[in-house]
Design a protein around this ligand. Structure first.
Ligand code: PEP
Ligand code: MN
Length: 461
């Protein structure tokens, strides 16, 4: 391996000029899934080169801190709350929508922290969740077949040949939209908006709603506790700012590879498009490009595990992605489905007890519970989402392992995309405000309700 020039401390160099890192580009020789068919390869190369020359979106030191936080969650000393859109859109990267998603996550975190007295690691599926895996490469409507929508970083949602054409200029726009999103998240979480004294002002909607009312009650208790501590002379810098991490699926290699940089402190490669990246259910093949590439970077890595995952698959993923058994390195995000979690998760937990590894276990109660209504809406039942979370906690309780987090598709808006909840969204109501371009998200109120359920489960743990 050719040595890397020693830049000043904390500076991150562009890894595209340092193919010196052993094997960082080995993925190029392996089978790869879910990449777009770019019509103009030279334009993709130019876009990737442009991205490689732009600053990283996060600092490798933050990524290391996150790894430590996740290690605490894997030990049972913290809990990960990861949430955001299924697919962020360029049009949706507005101040109001970003604020309301951050607010919803902060509120859920307060419910969990207060309800279960456990530190909560806050993480958005935000500032980079723009690329989507699809079950089919194409979509047919009324006899017309066009490429499938793969997320705003690849092509447009409108069903026209121009819009569905994969456009490399979108890679660069994806970078800039992520940059402006993370900038606002940092401003909100460091600049006073997330101050715990604002706990009331984050609440929205009607106090007649049970989840809102329960939240208000809890916010009053927090206020009282803060006033007491202040009167007793305690100074609370910790209450003014929150750590907030970003994450997305590490899917689109023409974006993730140029966002991979060499940390000058250590000479190690990091994907600096976000703090945490995960490998999806469709791209977690052991001999595939995604697993190989992400095995070589230092970020904490997640892997989605669906109901067909065998203990052997899981153990081999650990060997490849976490050969050193490093605390906080590997997170398994289970998405089994409410009907399967109680039979599919226990064998994995039994196998892990016999292995020398302690991954972080996170429940994604969304992706195993999809259904399509007769009217054609992709939706999920809130009851089933809740039931999968319960099944996740039950399985861990029985095995004696730690249920360490939840991974949710949510929005701060009052959308009508998932059925049920205290607002009783039914099939007829779905049409009133269905905005997701991809999977259905919990709305603000359903997200709060879920947080109360998880707090109860955690407290009982
Ligand atoms: C997702 O998280 O949006 C997703 C596609 O998940 P999975 O890989 O679990 O299907
Ligand atoms: Mn999704």
């Amino acid at each position: 391996m050719v040595p890397i020039a020693e830049p000043s401390a904390g500076v991150v160099t562009d890894a595209s000029t340092t193919d010196v890192i052993d094997g960082l580009d080995y993925w190029r020789t392996l089978p790869i899934k879910q990449q777009p068919a770019w019509p103009d390869p030279s334009a993709v190369q130019a876009a990737s080169a442009e991205i490689a020359a732009l600053p990283p979106l996060v600092f490798a030191g933050e990524v290391d801190t996150l790894r430590e936080r996740l290690a605490a969650a894997a030990r049972g000393d913290a809990f990960l709350l990861q949430g955001g859109d299924c697919a962020e859109t360029f049009a949706g990267a507005t101040a109001d929508q970003i604020r309301d998603r951050v607010k919803t996550i902060l509120q859920m975190a307060v419910v969990l922290t207060y309800g279960a007295s456990v530190p909560v690691i806050k993480m958005g599926r935000m500032a980079g969740q723009f690329a989507k895996p699809r079950s089919s490469d194409s979509e047919t409507r009324d006899g017309v077949t066009l490429p499938a929508y793969r997320g705003d970083i690849v092509n447009g949602y409108d069903f026209t040949p121009e819009s569905r054409r994969a456009d490399p200029a979108r890679l660069v726009k994806g970078y800039h939209t992520s940059a402006s999103t993370i900038n606002l998240i940092r401003a909100f979480t460091q600049g006073g908006f997330a101050d715990l004294r604002q706990v009331h002002s984050w609440n929205r909607g009607f106090a007649s709603n049970p989840a809102n009312a329960a939240y208000e009650h809890l916010a009053k208790e927090i206020d009282k506790a803060i006033r007491f501590m202040e009167a007793a002379g305690a100074d609370f810098d910790e209450l003014k700012r929150v750590e907030f991490y970003t994450s997305h699926e590490g899917l689109l290699m023409d974006y993730e590879r140029p966002m991979t940089r060499i940390d000058s402190r250590t000479g190690d490669p990091y994907v600096l498009s976000s703090h945490f990246v995960w490998i999806g259910e469709r791209t977690r093949d052991l001999d595939g490009a995604h697993v190989d590439f992400l095995s070589r970077v230092r970020n904490p890595i997640g892997v989605k595990l669906g109901p067909s995952t065998t203990p052997d698959d899981m153990l081999r993923l650990i060997d490849v992605l976490d050969p050193d058994r490093e605390p906080g390195r590997l997170t398994f995000i289970t998405r089994m489905g409410a009907g399967k979690i109680r039979e599919s998760l226990p064998p994995l937990l039994e196998a892990i007890k016999g292995a020398d590894a302690t991954p972080l276990w996170v429940s994604d109660p969304m992706h195993g519970n999809g259904l399509t209504t007769p009217t054609g809406y992709k939706t999920r039942r809130f009851e089933e989402i809740m039931d999968e979370v319960k099944g996740f906690f039950e399985a861990h309780r029985a095995a004696g392992t730690h249920p360490g987090g939840i991974h949710i598709e949510l929005t701060g808006d009052d959308v009508t995309e998932c059925l049920g909840g205290s607002e009783h969204i039914d099939e007829a109501t779905l049409a009133t405000r269905y905005e997701s371009l991809c999977d259905p998200r919990l709305n603000h109120m359903q997200s709060l309700e879920l947080a109360f359920l998880v707090a109860e489960e955690l407290a009982a743990n």
